[in-house]
Design a protein around this ligand. Structure first.
Ligand SMILES: Nc1ncnc2c1ncn2[C@@H]1O[C@H](COP(=O)(O)OP(=O)(O)OP(=O)(O)O)[C@@H](O)[C@H]1O
Length: 538
């Protein structure tokens, strides 16, 4: 039988609430007599561990997910991480990550890193293959987030490095359905499955991370669909507790979870922001019933190897069997351009700014914050051999170029105008500009449309995924050769400033293990009629 663990993660905004308390393994809420049971008083909910708000993501990862990664390599055990909870409680924060600090990256990126770090340390690493699938249940349909399509089958992409896996994570993340609601400015509107498949010979272990959407008070049709699937999940758990056959076919969520619920290791996560007694009680109870149901399972085998994806079982009309060895899709930005880190950006990102880091030092980067780097940390010339030659002078409007394998173009005729814009959004705004560093050293402007905009000095992005790496310091106004900002220090401090129309942003993660590939830098006319310069147009 698979193991079952359950954790509660307390949201920082819950702490001061009088009707809510928690200890290391219990959450207690107080509710009035008329609510639910008709009895006044306190209700206790036990967990394997309750993480107080001061517990960082690193600690949560260590206790929650690290054992599962070990089990993958020791006994090819599958594990499902199932995050449930009310809107705004922190499910996405726990699974994918927070917005402001690198330290806030969640279970998925940390697990990706751990899998590749473990592999790197093994002599038999060549025997393993890692693949990723990423899909969303939205309005009772599966959307493959890696192929942008309503899916009969979720595509499985082989990933050969941490960077490739991150790329897919951020790519898919940018395609998720979010909505701005009072409870959360970025509310997930679909149940999201991110799966890592680790295969060796005929054995396969799957790590699945499921972020279960919560209904909002808006009561739209999406909310109805979400509420129905949660009710179905609750009903399945109740049947399991009672030892009765469960109707798992009533919703797509329960159908996709069926095999997990009956067989595998499951970690239930309840990120909890105490908002109202009713809502908290509902989800605390759901977590409890789920945990009880999982504990009561019998007869399933522990850590059995899978032949096919647990979530992508053969179900007509839904996610079907994944093709076993689909190779990575051709992703123009990533196969020639090697980002050093990626920012999980807001859906309606206006612009972001990134500085550094050294792509060669990137594997050592484990710290990312919002501070301004010192010039010493941020300036280092790219070897001349790598520096593409650029003709001096302003880049004419409507011209494009391929910089380090990435298509870029100017949207403005005069770089100097662009520079003015960049300065406004510069990380150095209001501060003394570090000596020798152009104030607009890096400025990547992204819109939701897949295009790349460049100012005279850089750079690169695509929707939902601001890839920053090669920091071209070439200034058309100064002429000369372009160079790339490299950090000479292993613990490069990276600056990443997500800008957003409402001041919101998403998390930041590194792209270790990358290197910069250079490419010719000819300015070429943008084809007539092309409004946004999408990767691949060149
Ligand atoms: N442990 C935490 N520490 C700091 N901030 C947190 C924490 N958990 C969540 N947040 C913040 O709370 C907000 C809501 O979190 P998140 O979007 O992860 O909630 P959610 O449960 O996924 O909500 P929804 O169901 O609406 O999508 C975000 O701004 C997030 O950064």
């Amino acid at each position: 039988m698979g193991k079952a663990r359950s954790y509660c993660i307390i949201h920082p905004d819950s702490v001061s609430h009088a009707k809510f308390g928690y200890s290391r393994a219990d959450v207690t809420i107080e509710f009035p007599g008329e609510f639910k049971t008709g009895q006044d008083g306190l209700r206790d909910f036990a967990f394997d561990r309750v993480f107080e708000p001061s517990a960082g993501q690193a600690q949560i990862y260590q206790e929650v997910a690290r054992p599962a990664i070990k089990d993958v390599f020791e006994r090819m055990a599958n594990c499902l991480f199932l995050a449930v909870g009310a809107s705004g409680g922190g499910k996405t924060f726990t699974m994918t990550g927070g917005t402001k600090r690198f330290d806030d990256r969640g279970l998925i990126p940390r697990s990706i890193s751990a899998v590749f770090e473990t592999l790197a340390a093994r002599t038999d690493r060549e025997d393993f293959r890692v693949a990723v699938s990423f899909f969303e249940i939205y309005r009772e349909q599966v959307i493959d987030l890696l192929s942008k399509a309503y899916a009969e089958s979720a595509t499985r992409h082989i990933v050969r490095s941490e960077r490739e896996a991150y790329n897919l994570l951020f790519e898919g993340d940018s395609r998720r359905h979010f909505e701005q609601l009072p409870s959360n400015s970025e509310t997930s509107r679909g149940h999201v499955f991110f799966q890592l498949y680790i295969t060796r010979a005929n054995a396969e272990a799957v790590l699945a991370f499921v972020d279960v959407a919560a209904p909002s008070p808006k009561q739209s049709s999406i909310d109805t669909s979400i509420a129905q699937s949660l009710a179905a999940l609750r009903a399945v758990a109740r049947s399991m507790c009672a030892g009765l056959p469960a109707d798992q076919n009533s919703t797509l969520l329960t159908r996709l979870l069926e095999q997990w619920l009956t067989h595998d290791d499951i970690v239930t996560l309840l990120p909890l922001k105490y908002q109202s007694c009713g809502e908290s009680y509902d989800f605390l109870q759901l977590a409890r019933i789920l945990h009880q149901a999982l504990k009561s399972r019998a007869g399933a085998c522990e850590g059995h190897p899978r032949k096919s994806s647990p979530v992508a079982g053969p179900m007509p009309g839904t996610v079907g069997a994944c093709p076993a060895d689909t190779t990575s899709r051709d992703r123009p930005l990533s196969h020639t351009f090697t980002p050093t880190f990626a920012m999980r950006t807001p859906r309606n990102l206006d612009a972001c700014e990134c500085i550094g880091p050294d792509t060669e030092a990137a594997p050592a980067i484990r710290s990312l914050d919002m501070k301004i780097p010192t010039p010493a940390r941020n300036r280092c010339r790219v070897p001349k051999a790598e520096a593409p030659s650029v003709p001096p002078g302003p880049v004419p409007a409507g011209q494009a170029a391929r910089v380090f394998g990435v298509d870029v173009r100017h949207r403005h005729s005069l770089p100097v105008v662009r520079a003015g814009v960049a300065r406004e959004a510069s990380p150095f705004r209001g501060q003394a500009r570090p000596l020798g560093m152009p104030h607009n050293l890096v400025s990547a402007h992204a819109t939701r449309v897949a295009h790349v905009t460049v100012n005279p000095h850089v750079n690169i992005t695509r929707p939902g995924l601001a890839n920053a790496s090669a920091t071209c310091t070439y200034s058309p106004m100064r002429g000369g050769r372009p160079s790339v900002s490299y950090s000479p220090l292993p613990m490069q401090r990276v600056v990443a400033r997500p800008y957003h129309s409402e001041g919101r942003s998403r998390s930041i993660s590194p792209m270790p293990g990358s290197g910069v590939t250079s490419a010719p830098f000819p300015w070429v006319p943008i084809p007539a009629g092309v409004k946004s310069w999408a990767p691949g147009h060149g």
